[in-house]
Design a protein around this ligand. Structure first.
Ligand code: GLA
Length: 398
């Protein structure tokens, strides 16, 4: 089971007590929810398609207990900021912004008819923010699990992931798919999760952790346009569905478009809708091929599929960025790198590479210095590399 560094936990407990007192009120509970990296299957989740994410060993830790006065009181160790709200008057525009993710989950529970009373909680996280590693999903899932521990309602993992997605879509106002919350809740150590985003059927696919490492490289390129571009891509995918429906009424989502159906009607699709549809249709195929490659221990093939996914995101879906393209290119120059691609929504953020365990030192020595030297665009922070472990999904720790 994924373990949590004890010094982080004791620091969290100390800060919680410093803020809220050691209190005789109710038992405190502690939860952990991880960020994620997606191996393949990008911009497929909101098209009812397939994804293959991994929960990573970077997470949000949250400690809390009930209050009897109907107030929510929060403290973020990382921002050294407090937030508070009455449970029955949640505000979508609340400040600081991180508090909206917590309130959003409370709101989504209330909307489901689940009663949540007042509570106080402290939180800390080490998922890099704004890097496309789903720090927001980790915060939502941590909140939902903490509230489940405090208020004892029953809710299975997939249902909790949907609830957190709803909090983000309807309360925070970000139109994301289901992937991030699902993997944060349901990841398993040493595996990637194959998820059918339409049926939510899923299975865990073992990763060859002894031979290969998943290496994440943060380009430190600010993802400023990401929200508007993301919504625009979604709309283009929906337009593709509307057009194809005229020829094939069975098409409800791009998931229903097979490669041969696409070939038959590709000329009916205007640009850029044709390119967007082509990406999604072929990316779905790649996810299934990638799982087969993993299961057959065909690493080379897996690597090629990662590379093909990047090319498609760059040229057809057009969500890459010069920083991502450069990072991918530099990674591929290291002998022992099987494949590399951008991961997450795009426009900045991180790349993911599958790297032979012995090649990791060379990756670390070579890629970042070259990136820093060649990057001609503004960086929002320090580019970084994380060699990550496939970790467990969210857990109640205490
Ligand atoms: C973001 C969203 C996900 C998914 C990816 C792209 O991470 O939150 O739901 O759509 O982008 O694959």
């Amino acid at each position: 089971m994924t373990t949590v560094d004890n010094s982080r936990l004791s620091h969290l407990r100390e800060e919680f007590e410093r803020h809220f007192g050691s209190g005789a009120a109710g038992r405190t509970r502690v939860v952990r929810a991880p960020g994620r990296v997606n191996l393949i299957g990008e911009h497929t989740d909101y098209n009812g398609g397939f994804v293959l994410p991994v929960a990573i060993d970077r997470d949000v830790l949250m400690i809390g207990r009930r209050r009897s006065d109907g107030q929510i009181r929060l403290y973020s160790l990382d921002y050294q900021e407090e937030a508070s709200s009455p449970v029955d008057a949640l505000d979508r525009r609340a400040r600081p912004t991180w508090s909206r993710y917590v309130y959003g989950v409370v709101w989504a529970l209330q909307e489901r008819g689940i009663e949540v009373g007042g509570f106080e909680a402290a939180l800390t996280g080490n998922v890099p923010q704004g890097a496309g590693l789903s720090s927001s999903a980790a915060l939502e899932v941590a909140t939902a699990l903490l509230l489940q521990a405090l208020f004892s309602f029953s809710m299975e993992g997939p249902e909790m992931a949907l609830l957190c997605q709803r909090a983000e879509n309807r309360f925070v106002g970000v139109n994301c798919g289901i992937m991030d919350q699902f993997i944060s809740r349901l990841g398993k150590q040493g595996t990637a999760l194959l998820l059918d985003c339409r049926s939510l059927e899923h299975r865990w696919v073992p990763l060859p952790g002894d031979k290969f490492r998943i290496v994440i490289a943060n380009t430190a390129v600010a993802r400023e346009l990401v929200d508007s571009a993301y919504n625009e891509r979604r709309a283009q995918c929906e337009e593709g569905v509307r057009i194809l429906q005229q020829f094939e009424p069975g098409v409800r989502e791009l998931r229903d478009v097979t490669p041969s159906l696409f070939e038959r009607f590709r000329d009916r699709l205007p640009e850029p809708v044709r390119r967007r549809v082509e990406h999604v249709v072929k990316e779905n195929e790649r996810v299934l091929q990638a799982v087969a490659a993993l299961e057959q221990a065909d690493w080379e093939r897996f690597g090629h599929l990662l590379n093909a996914s990047h090319a498609s995101l760059r040229d057809l879906f057009e969500v890459s960025a010069p920083g991502l393209d450069l990072m991918v290119e530099l990674a591929r120059r290291v002998p022992g790198v099987l494949g590399s691609r951008m991961t997450g929504a795009g426009f900045g953020g991180c790349t993911v590479s599958l790297v032979h365990a012995e090649a990791v030192p060379q990756f670390l020595a070579q890629v970042l210095p070259a990136y820093r030297e060649q990057a001609t665009w503004a960086l929002s922070g320090e580019p970084e590399v994380y060699v990550c472990q496939a970790a467990d999904g969210a857990r109640i720790l205490e």
